[in-house]
Design a protein around this ligand. Structure first.
Ligand SMILES: Cc1ncc(COP(=O)(O)O)c(C=O)c1O
Length: 359
C-alpha cells in the first residue's frame, strides 16, 4: 500500500527497492554497459523520443542547470515561463550561471498560454532558449506544452525548447518528438517512483548542435561530454549503480503497465481527488482545464491546520503535503503519482473525511 501522498520522494515498489541490493558492478565493465544500454533504450519510450536519454547521478535540478549552460550562446538570451516556484527556481539557476534571462509571468494557479510566448518572441529576436515547467508542483497546474511549443516554433523556429517535467513525466503525457521539444528532463523520485538521486534527460540533435556553439558548458552537465560517454554506454563520472538497477526493474514495470494505462490511472486519480475536494466545499487552486494529473493543490477553504491534519494521517501511516512556499497553510497538496492506486487514494480520502468529521 502506498502511504506517501506527497510530491516526491514517493513510495517505491518493494521489488524496485530490492533491486538496489544487488552486488555492485564497476561502471567500466561489459555487464554495466549492457545494463546501461538497455535502460537508455527503454527510457526513450517515456519521453516519446527517438533521441538519446542521459542518465545522471543527480536530482532533476542538475538538468535545469544543464539546459541553461549548454543551450544559450554567449550574448544571447533565454526566456522562461513562470507560474509557480519551479519556473522561478529555473530563472535563478539561469541567473546564477550568468545567463541573460527574461521571464513571462502569470499568477500562480493560472496556466502559461502559447500566445504569451508568441508576443515575447516577436518583441526580441535574440532568444536561444525557451524554458517551461510542464507540471508546476507548487500549484498543481499542468502547462499546455504542445500549445506553447507550437507557438514558439511558429515565431522562432531556431529557438530551442527545454521542458522541466520533473513531476510530470511517466504520469502525464509529454511527447518530445511530436511536439518539437529539444530537452526534457525528470527526477527519479516523482512519477517514476524511484528512490531519489537519479535524473533522466532526453536531448535532441538540434540541442547537441547548439551545445557545440557554447564554449563554457561546465563539466559535470556538459551534454557533449555526456553524449561522448553515452555512445560507449557509460557516463563521464561514476553513475548511481544501485539506482540504475532499480531503474532497470522499474522501466519493465512501467512498460508492462503501458504508458497509456499509466496516464489513464493518473488522470483518474486526479479526477477522484478533485471531485472529493469539491464535494466537501474546498476550492481547487489550479485553473480548470489545466489541472495536474500527478498532484492536486486544494484551497484550504475550511482553514484546516495542515500540521494537525498530517499528524492525524501519520497515525494511520499516511502523509500529505502542505502548500508550497507562500501557499503554505492557504493550500494543501495531495500527490497521486507513481505507485498510487485508486484503493490507496480511497483510504486516504476516507481518513480525511474522518478528520473533517471529528475536528
Ligand atoms: C517541477 C519541479 N522542478 C524541479 C524540481 C527540483 O527537482 P529535484 O529536487 O529533483 O532537483 C522539483 C522538485 O520538486 C519540481 O517539482
Amino acid at each position: 500500500m502506498a502511504r506517501l501522498f506527497v510530491p516526491g520522494p514517493v513510495d517505491v515498489a518493494p521489488e524496485v527497492a530490492q533491486a538496489q541490493t544487488k552486488p555492485m558492478l564497476p561502471h567500466r565493465s561489459p555487464e554495466f554497459e549492457a545494463l546501461f544500454h538497455a535502460c537508455e533504450q527503454r527510457a526513450r519510450a517515456l519521453f516519446f523520443t527517438q533521441y538519446r536519454v542521459f542518465i545522471s547521478a543527480s536530482s532533476g535540478t542538475g538538468f535545469q542547470e544543464a539546459a541553461v549552460r549548454n543551450l544559450v550562446r554567449p550574448g544571447r538570451r533565454a526566456l522562461v515561463g513562470i507560474n509557480g516556484a519551479f519556473g522561478k527556481r529555473w530563472r535563478e539557476v539561469a541567473e546564477t550561471n550568468g545567463i541573460l534571462v527574461d521571464s513571462i509571468e502569470v499568477p500562480w494557479g493560472r496556466p502559461l498560454r502559447g500566445k504569451l510566448f508568441t508576443a515575447a518572441l516577436e518583441a526580441r529576436d535574440d532568444y536561444d532558449l525557451v524554458m517551461v515547467v510542464h507540471n508546476e508542483t507548487s500549484t498543481g497546474v499542468e502547462n499546455p506544452i504542445a500549445e506553447i511549443a507550437a507557438a514558439v516554433r511558429a515565431v522562432r523556429p531556431d529557438a530551442l525548447i527545454a521542458v522541466d517535467s520533473v513531476s510530470g513525466l511517466a504520469g502525464a503525457r509529454l511527447e518530445m518528438d511530436a511536439w518539437g521539444l529539444d530537452m526534457v528532463f525528470t527526477s527519479g523520485q516523482k512519477a517514476l517512483a524511484l528512490p531519489p538521486g537519479i535524473a533522466l534527460a532526453a536531448v535532441s540533435d538540434r540541442a547537441l548542435a547548439r551545445a557545440e556553439e557554447v564554449p563554457q558548458r561546465g563539466w559535470y552537465f556538459d551534454l557533449l561530454r555526456l553524449e561522448k560517454h553515452r555512445l560507449k554506454d557509460s557516463t563521464p563520472a561514476t553513475p548511481p549503480v544501485s539506482l540504475i538497477y532499480a531503474l532497470d526493474v522499474q522501466l519493465d514495470r512501467i512498460l508492462a503497465e503501458g504508458l497509456e494505462a499509466r496516464f489513464a490511472r493518473h488522470a483518474a486519480l486526479a479526477q477522484r481527488v478533485q471531485t472529493w475536494a469539491r464535494e466537501r466545499g474546498f476550492g481547487l487552486f489550479a485553473a480548470e482545464g489545466y489541472r495536474s494529473k500527478t498532484v492536486t493543490t486544494i484551497t484550504n477553504t475550511h482553514g484546516l491546520d495542515i500540521a494537525a491534519l498530517n499528524a492525524f494521517l501519520l497515525q494511520r501511516g499516511m502523509r500529505i503535503a502542505n502548500g508550497y512556499g507562500p501557499l503554505k497553510g492557504e493550500t494543501f497538496r495531495i500527490a497521486h503519482m507513481g505507485e498510487i492506486q485508486m484503493s490507496d487514494l480511497d483510504q486516504l480520502l476516507a481518513a480525511l473525511d474522518e478528520y473533517l468529521h471529528t475536528s
